[in-house]
Design a protein around this ligand. Structure first.
Ligand SMILES: Cc1ncc(COP(=O)(O)O)c(C=O)c1O
Length: 399
């Protein structure tokens, strides 16, 4: 008798998390550009310690007992939404253990095995895996320099309608997309909102990176353009404060929020941490912190962009206006899955583009996160990457 005999069919088929530590190496660990981690030097450590002491002094019971989410946090989220042109009532907001939890609750409410879900190609596989696990059939829609290709979306919706298929939702990352770094134009945002209303499709607008803008003017979220209640906006404090706090949220139609809440059976997400986030953020402190983060991440992005242009002129990319990632097109003939282990041998870890598509494509791309490494290591990492690419190219040279 084996323990594994007790597993559900789903558990037997489950794969380990995509996220994981760098491959073991004998010597120094590689410099990692693979994951969207925050730069630990940018955590407001002392202020979080001070705020913790204040919370324990002033909100001991609310923070440490079984209790609801700190009301000040829901108010903060509503105020920030209001600032973006979204009128949010507090019962239309659900706070969760990271936006990942929201993305995991969504299929519980919306997906039956075989249902269709539309996603960008490439996209954030952390979300897609949650949809797939629920049995969703994915349709990947192309992304270009201006974000999701809305004509492809329109054509797909029409083709599905002809087959009597109504997709459950479109999952999109409109701003500083993960992994492509591009931002959906205003015209396309408007068109998506129109299409959602026409075809009765929910838009899941995952704006994890929206606040990390280095250049240009913010664009209105689709949630602010939607008059008919077809947009669920998903956000997180991971990128603007600290991922380890695990605080994310969703705002959307009241009935959908209530339905998502019904599956959040463990109760309110960490009351203590929600007090901590609200306490830190009070009096404009969060906005000031975000401005500091943007200044730092802008330098990292510029450093990586410059190093890439210098070291790898034959590998094109679109320099993003914000976020954490550069999506690099590899020189002709270099395959991402072949490059990744060679890069590790040369002391740098990258994410192969294949990890960002639902159908195994993406061999021509890699995702490089400039967020985590200190500025002075970014150039070294790119130099190592350039060497690894040359090593992969070598056997094909001259024949
Ligand atoms: C687009 C996108 N959505 C959601 C998440 C998950 O964030 P959280 O830490 O809030 O679970 C990430 C994390 O990398 C992300 O890139």
């Amino acid at each position: 008798m084996q323990l594994a005999d007790l597993y559900t069919a789903q558990a037997r088929e489950a794969l380990p998390p995509l996220w994981g530590p760098s491959l073991e190496t004998d010597g120094e660990p590689p410099l990692s550009l693979a994951y969207g981690l925050a730069d630990p030097a940018l955590f407001p450590q002392e202020e979080l310690v001070d705020t913790t002491a204040k919370i324990l002094a002033s909100h001991l019971n609310d923070a440490l007992n079984y209790a609801p989410v700190a009301p000040a946090l829901t108010t903060l989220i509503a105020e920030r939404l209001h600032h973006e042109g979204v009128q949010a009532h507090e019962d239309e907001i659900l706070v969760a253990y990271g936006s990942s939890q929201i993305l995991g609750l969504l299929p519980r409410v919306l997906i039956e095995p075989g249902d269709t879900v539309l996603v960008e190609a490439p996209t954030f596989m952390g979300a897609v895996r949650q949809f797939k696990r629920a049995g969703a059939q994915m349709i990947g829609l192309p992304v270009d320099a201006h974000g999701l290709d809305v004509e492809a979306l329109a054509t797909t919706l029409e083709a599905l309608k002809r087959k009597n298929l109504r997709p459950k939702f479109l999952y999109t990352i409109p701003t500083f997309q993960n992994p492509a770094g591009v931002t959906l134009s205003l015209e396309r945002r408007q068109r998506i909102v129109e299409l959602a209303a026409t075809y009765g499709v929910l838009v899941v607008e995952d704006d994890a990176y929206v606040d990390l803008r280095f250049r240009g003017e913010p664009l209105p979220p689709m949630a602010s353009l939607d008059q008919e209640g077809w947009v669920l906006r998903v956000g997180t404090f991971s990128k603007i404060l600290a991922p380890g706090l695990r605080v994310g949220w969703a705002h959307g139609p009241r009935e959908l929020i209530a339905r998502l809440q019904m599956f959040k059976l463990e109760g309110a997400s960490s009351p203590f941490v929600t007090h901590l986030v609200a306490g830190f953020s009070a009096n404009g402190r969060l906005e000031q912190h975000i401005a500091d983060l943007c200044a730092h991440y802008a330098i990292k992005c510029a450093t990586m962009s410059q190093a890439l242009r210098h070291q790898l002129p034959e590998a094109p990319f679109i320099e993003p206006d914000g976020g954490f990632f550069i999506w690099l097109q590899l020189p002709q003939g270099v395959q991402a899955s072949q490059l990744a282990p060679v890069a590790i041998e040369h002391g740098v870890e990258i994410l192969p583009g294949t990890r960002c598509y639902t159908d195994g494509s993406g061999e021509a791309y890699i995702r490089l996160a400039f967020s985590e490494l200190p500025d002075n290591q970014i150039e070294t990492a790119i130099r190592r990457l350039s060497t690894a690419i040359k090593v992969v190219q070598r056997p094909t040279e001259g024949g």
